[in-house]
Design a protein around this ligand. Structure first.
Ligand code: FEO
Ligand code: CA
Ligand code: CA
Length: 702
């Protein structure tokens, strides 16, 4: 069938008005099951610490105020004590005063002419750079892959081809020069209305459903960097692997084998078929990849038919919906029907670990890292060798977590060291974050304008939830903490955040950076009010949080924090760019993924730019006189989101996810990227490099 012979058809897309102005209805429907159309599932009444102190003072009155004030004073002392070591302080200038770069020199690694905001249907990169599509949806991964045929897709072909909607990408060098690398890519979700020419959302065929199962998961490839010409090329190799919804995973850690994880297909509670909605991720120091199962709830139908009220409430807290699912998979496999197999959804929402060095290895789901809508997980190693994984739960009013291992990293590449290191995430303590601000609540007015001390900042603590088989949460067993982590975190009073997405430690300074994408309901009636760490009502453009662990020790249970960026139009008084001159920065909206270059600059990709431009990738120094100088490095085509940035000295890659979602589907594609002409859009991974072999961002302006 040719493009011209495809039957034009009207897609029965829901006429939704909840989705953001820049995100199309189809993206919202298929990516997260219209999470924003529903009430945020966190209805717990756990309180912001500042509110708690104020309420207690008000309630108990002057007689008791002395005792209360000692609590408050303790909190203040913590804040003051850490302020001296606050991220960004002591870097040569205060960063609440907003002044420009005196030297006029770009920070090493960010020396490029920023790409202006635009709406072009292509990847727009800085002058003097080149680009190439490394791999597209449907390109071969396994040797057996047939040529991609948009009009005649099969599960057999798709399970050997690059999957749909690439998100996280990780690059693992196999040699010191970084010539040969393993490339690991997540395929977050499928958009059936745009993938198939003849798709009826009310009557998906088994062929289409099985193709979608094969389009989920992950890809592993060998890629070669061309040091002379630039760019990356996939090579056929022994490493090539597709992980799909039919790949067997092992559940490991303290909740493995729990009654809560047993199903009729898996009475052991230790084996799960597949992974889905894999969003962000990270490469571990031992050369494996961690990947977060995010919006898993949307794949399950009929949670309303579950008879046990406690099970129903647990499902509600995770966003499982009523009625049939968007994709109707429950018609083909009963495990997607929550009323028939109520524990199956407990087997998704984990961090998975894949060893790309061994295509025959069984990937793992780590129960010790808790179950929520995991954006990803990234690792920092403490001085004593323990490893710490930072994690966000991407939902309005959900939480930031970390896991600290009990065991210590073993150096070396021996089989023994690898086996040991791959068990580190099975034993340790899971924590959730509670933050407090250091400015009076009266100064956090919801506009985003800075309080009088010049910063949104304060202190925080990591509250333990469970260690191995020991629960730290009253009323919860350890297994319940791991499987129903959101409810356990509600119980201890974690801080409700504005959609915590990617959170990663910066290898150059040890500070941890978290993208908080947005929160349409912040401060709305019946929802959590603004606080210093989520300071804007209806937070449309998001912000970037910088955490410094006490004594720079990632295992510490105390931290200080500050907002590095309060995103949006720099002309809006309610934005902040690390104190940098707002006249000089690129506008940025809805930060999602974070990455770092060798110089320690933060790179941020965006999802759902609310400023009228396409999504993009931005670089921002975090130290020195250029701190906060946001510069846009690229933009992506129509309807697309920028995902999974990798920044090396020689090449930058991004995953271009859901190009064309602004269109209605194959009869009227919203984009013709990457192949041009009248082609269908294809999610793809793009490499960008500087011409003449120069390093990225290190050469003076042309
Ligand atoms: Fe898949 Fe939270 O983005
Ligand atoms: Ca403050
Ligand atoms: Ca994301």
């Amino acid at each position: 069938m040719s493009a011209n012979s495809a039957e034009p058809r009207t897609l029965p897309l829901p006429l939704l008005d909840h989705h953001s102005a820049s995100r199309s209805a189809v993206t919202c429907e298929y990516r997260c099951g219209n999470a924003c159309a529903h009430d945020a599932p966190n209805e717990s009444d756990n309180s912001y610490f500042g509110d708690l102190v104020r309420r207690v003072v008000n309630r108990r009155g002057a007689l008791r105020a002395g005792a209360v004030l000692s609590v408050a004073a303790g909190a203040t002392a913590t804040a003051v004590g850490t302020a001296a070591a606050n991220p960004g302080r002591g870097n040569g200038r205060g960063h609440g005063n907003g002044h420009g770069n005196d030297s006029g020199a770009a920070a090493l690694g960010t020396d490029f002419d920023p790409v202006p905001p635009n709406t072009q249907d292509r990847v727009v990169i800085p002058e003097g750079y080149e680009q190439q599509v490394v791999i597209r949806w449907g390109d071969p991964v396994l040797h057996s892959a047939p040529e991609f045929d948009f009009w005649n897709q099969t599960p057999e072909a798709q399970q050997a081809q690059f999957g749909y909607n690439n998100d996280f990408a990780g690059l693992i060098p196999l040699d010191n020069a970084g010539i040969h690398n393993l490339l690991v890519v997540n395929h977050e979700y499928t958009t059936e209305t745009h993938m198939f020419a003849d798709y009826d959302p009310d009557k998906p065929t088994e062929q289409q459903v099985r193709t979608a199962w094969a389009a989920h998961g992950m890809s592993v490839l060998l890629v070669r960097r061309d040091p002379a010409r630039g760019g990356l090329s996939p090579l056929p190799s022994w490493y090539s692997r597709r992980i799909t919804l039919r790949t067997e995973f092992e559940l490991r850690g303290p909740a493995a084998g729990s009654e809560l994880l047993k199903t009729s297909e898996d009475p052991s509670g230790t084996r799960v078929l597949g992974t889905q909605n894999n969003c962000a991720g990270g490469v571990t120091p031992w050369g494996t990849v961690l990947s977060g199962e995010e919006n898993f709830h949307q794949y399950f139908a009929h949670a309303d038919r579950v008879s046990d009220p406690e099970t129903r409430e647990r499902m509600r807290r995770y966003g499982l919906g009523t009625g049939s699912s968007t994709r109707k998979w429950e018609r083909f496999e009963k495990r997607w029907d929550a009323s028939r197999e109520p524990n199956e959804s407990n087997r998704f929402g984990w961090v998975v670990e894949v060893d790309p060095h061994d295509p025959n290895s069984t990937p793992v789901k780590h129960t010790a890292l808790g179950r929520f809508k995991h954006e990803g997980a990234t690792i920092r190693t403490a001085d004593d060798g323990r490893v710490v994984a930072y994690m966000g739960d991407d939902e309005r009013f959900d939480y930031i977590y970390k896991f600290v291992s009990s065991g210590r990293l073993k150096n070396g590449r021996s089989a023994h060291a690898r086996r040991h290191n791959m068990s580190l995430l099975d034993h340790g303590t899971l924590y959730v974050a509670r933050f407090s601000g250091d400015s009076p609540a009266s100064e956090i007015d919801g506009s985003g304008e800075l309080p009088s001390d010049g910063e949104f900042d304060g202190s925080g603590e990591w509250l333990p939830l469970a260690t191995g088989d020991t629960s730290h949460v009253p009323g919860f067993t350890a297994e319940e903490v791991y499987v129903f982590t959101r409810l356990a975190a509600d119980e201890v009073g974690a801080t409700k955040m504005d959609r915590p997405e990617d959170i990663e430690p910066n290898p150059s300074n040890g500070r941890v950076y978290c993208a908080l994408t947005n929160n349409s309901n912040r401060g709305a009636a019946g929802h959590a009010p603004v606080d210093e760490i989520n300071p804007r009502i209806g937070n449309k453009h998001g912000h970037v949080l910088e955490i410094r662990e006490n004594h720079d020790d990632p295992t510490s249970t105390r931290m200080s924090w500050g907002l590095l960026l309060v995103c949006g139009d720099p002309e809006d008084a309610g934005t902040y760019f690390g104190g940098f001159d707002k006249d000089q920065v690129s506008p940025i909206s809805c930060p999602d993924n974070v990455a770092f270059d060798r110089h320690g600059n933060l790179w941020v990709s965006t999802d759902g730019n609310e400023l009228g431009s396409h999504d993009g990738l931005f670089a921002v120094p975090v130290t020195g006189p250029e701190r906060g100088h946001v510069k846009q490095f690229l933009t992506v085509p129509n309807g697309a989101e920028t995902c999974g940035p990798i920044i090396t000295d020689d090449v930058v890659t991004v995953c271009v996810q859901h190009p064309g979602d602004n269109g209605s589907g194959p009869s009227d594609p919203g984009s013709h990227w990457p192949d041009g002409g009248d082609s269908q859009p294809r999610p793809s991974l793009v490499a960008v490099w500087r011409d003449h072999g120069h390093r990225v961002g290190e050469i003076g302006r042309r």
